[in-house]
Design a protein around this ligand. Sequence first.
Ligand code: 218
Length: 183
Amino acid sequence: MKRNVLVWVEVAIIAALSMALSSIPDIAGWFTPSWGAIVLVIFSLRRGLTPGLAAGLLWGLLHFPLGKVYFLSVEQVLIEYIIAFAVMGLAGLLYSPFQKALKAEKYTSAIVLACTSAFVGVGVRYFFHYIAGVIFWSKDAPAGTSPWLYSLTVNGTAALGTFIVVVIACVALIRQKKIWIAH
Ligand code: 218
């Protein structure tokens, strides 16, 4: 297959796989880690920024035909299902140094770069959910709790949990070069 076509086929597969992982039974409502982020961060480091952003965007879009969108308003849906999912691809910003480190078998550097990428991708995504939480989800806050604190608690917990599962997966898989290095 032509390289370009192969990249886009991978984008579609990764988006579908991330969506499938999203369907893992919800263990704690909005606090649940986003399991699909594991695949998305790894893919962003395998193929770079543009494919990462595209796979994130497609993952977000897949929520629509599958009826998995929690709709409160058009702006909320735009922020939480288009922007928040796409920006996870920012994990691909460190693609070049990561690829270099891994090819040189500098595993410690590769892990540090992967963790930084996970922090950026997951952090920026949940920043958007946090903002959306303050503006749109305050109705769910327990009486007397400020929307800021409520959103920080919910989205901060989900972000931290997501970051931890992504880091665990990256560390566990770092020596599996075939996952990270494309041909
Ligand atoms: C406080 C709060 N509650 C719920 C949401 C909505 N939210 C949070 C995280 C992830 C997603 C995308 C689907 O998994 C959504 C819609 C929020 N932002 N804030």
